[in-house]
Write a protein that binds this ligand. Structure first.
Ligand SMILES: Cc1cc2nc3c(=O)[nH]c(=O)nc-3n(C[C@H](O)[C@H](O)[C@H](O)COP(=O)(O)OP(=O)(O)OC[C@H]3O[C@@H](n4cnc5c(N)ncnc54)[C@H](O)[C@@H]3O)c2cc1C
Length: 417
């Protein structure tokens, strides 16, 4: 039998730091009605940030519609509940790739400046043509998230501050400089990006020993589960029905009603007019046409207890993207930038061994219970010890908290809708 790289969600431990601390929350195993509804207008499969915000959009747009969200496990127990909590809009780093794939004009739209967007929004009151064209824009998403969190007073540990992109090899610095200059020359807005090209100054500002340069702009960190839970709580108040621990096993066309769907679940069927698959890395298990397009790919997250030289007034004050040669990336997200633990994610040099292991163990591609992978953790230890100025020798127990989650990799660099 062919190895199953496509599979349905499974119960998984260890939990992420976010899921661990929210285990007692009433949304975890919420069922709005004890029985599964048998009819709905819209069924949304998945309760991560995608399913939750799609439900928000639907109930705000069509308040009269009956909307049901189905979640196989606990509320928001997929990648959203297991990620690194970094909300960082790419400004220029992806420009070369976007330009290569889609041409200069489209690449610029993706990287369009937030000021331009908000100015159009204010002048016209309504999103105009330009807005529609650039809805996928990372900067707009970030500023919308921050606006929403602030205006709705969402308790999700929002931090807003400078994120630093720091190349630490000459090759990574050359690549960053070329991409940044290419973006600027093509008319991309860069006035809000602070650039330091002097390695000595970059090291001083970033606290990274081998910093070759430093690019800074605004970004955020959040508690992703709390953010999703707030949105879902608002949805429930507006009439959305959430059913956790309800696995969707198949979606088929109804043979009774033209244009209707039957969503088959572990607890019975729902007939509906529209189905939204917000199932991320699990999508190909349910929707065979996505096999070969979406590749479930586990990623690790490491939570590190900082040493005394990195607490209080000496704690990291920024989030980071450490740029390595050949596209390697270490993301650093101090959970509470004044005193808390520090999250490490991205694709560090230990990731290659992890991918080789996954090739030999393809059935683990949809397991989010990988409790740490030695080469990934060692790369985090190595980085902190060798690159963070004044970080002392590694104490293994301070690196003991690790978990995995699954990213839906696609063959193109864009999210798939
Ligand atoms: C370790 C890690 C670190 C990351 N770090 C960051 C970061 O710092 N910043 C960032 O922006 N992004 C990060 N990401 C990516 C980000 O987390 C995801 O892109 C995002 O959370 C996807 O949200 P989603 O709602 O689409 O999917 P998910 O959150 O995965 O939700 C999908 C849900 O669908 C449910 N489901 C699937 N199939 C079925 C079915 N058949 N029936 C019922 N329910 C089903 C699942 O149980 C799951 O709860 C990271 C990802 C990982 C894994």
């Amino acid at each position: 039998m062919a190895p199953k790289i496509y599979d349905f969600p499974k119960d998984s431990r260890p939990l992420s730091t976010w899921l661990q601390e929210m285990q007692g929350h009433h949304l975890m195993n919420h069922r709005t009605t004890p029985e599964l509804p048998i009819k709905a207008d819209i069924v949304i499969i998945g309760s991560g940030l995608t399913g939750t915000t799609v439900a928000k959009h639907c109930i705000e747009t069509w308040p009269e519609k009956k909307i049901v969200v189905l979640e196989a496990r606990e509320f928001c127990s997929g990648a959203t509940g297991r990620n690194a909590g970094h909300c960082k809009p790419d400004q220029w780093r992806g420009f070369k790739e976007y330009e290569h794939d889609f041409g200069t004009e489209q690449a610029l739209k993706v990287s369009m400046d937030r000021k331009l967007i908000s100015c159009h929004h204010h002048e016209h009151g309504q999103p105009d043509d330009l807005m529609i064209k650039i809805l996928g824009n990372e900067q707009q998403t970030w500023s919308s998230v921050v606006d929403y969190v602030r205006s709705s007073k969402v308790d999700c540990e929002l931090w807003v501050g400078d994120t630093l992109d720091v190349p630490i090899t000459r090759e990574a610095a050359d690549e960053a400089r070329d991409t940044y200059n290419g973006y600027k020359a093509a008319g991309g807005k860069v006035d809000h990006i602070k650039v330091i090209n002097d390695p000595v100054e970059a090291t001083k500002v970033s606290r990274i020993k081998d910093a070759e340069a430093c690019y800074a702009w605004s970004a955020s960190t959040v508690h992703p589960w709390k953010l999703s839970a707030h949105v879902m709580s608002e949805n429930l108040q507006r009439g959305v029905n959430l059913q956790t621990r309800t696995m969707v096993t198949q979606v088929v066309k109804s043979n009774k009603q033209l244009g209707s769907w039957i969503v088959e679940t572990s607890r019975g069927d729902i007939e509906c007019a529209q189905v939204v698959h917000a199932t991320n890395a699990y999508s190909p298990a349910l929707e065979p046409s996505l096999r070969g397009l979406i590749k479930p790919t586990p990623h690790m997250c490491n939570l590190v207890v900082p040493p005394v030289s990195f607490i209080g007034c000496k704690s990291l004050k920024n989030s980071y993207g450490i740029l390595l040669s050949e596209g390697g990336l270490i993301t650093i997200n101090p959970r509470k930038p004044t005193h808390g633990p520090v999250l490490f994610g991205g694709s560090n040099p230990g990731q290659a061994a992890f991918y080789r292991w996954l090739e030999k163990n393809p059935e683990r591609a949809t397991d989010d219970d990988i409790a740490g992978f030695p080469s990934v953790t060692e790369a985090v230890q190595d980085f902190t010890r060798t690159q963070l100025i004044d970080w002392p020798e590694v104490v293994a127990k301070d690196y003991a908290r690790e978990w995995s989650g699954i990213i839906a990799m696609v063959s193109i660099i864009w999210p798939m809708m």
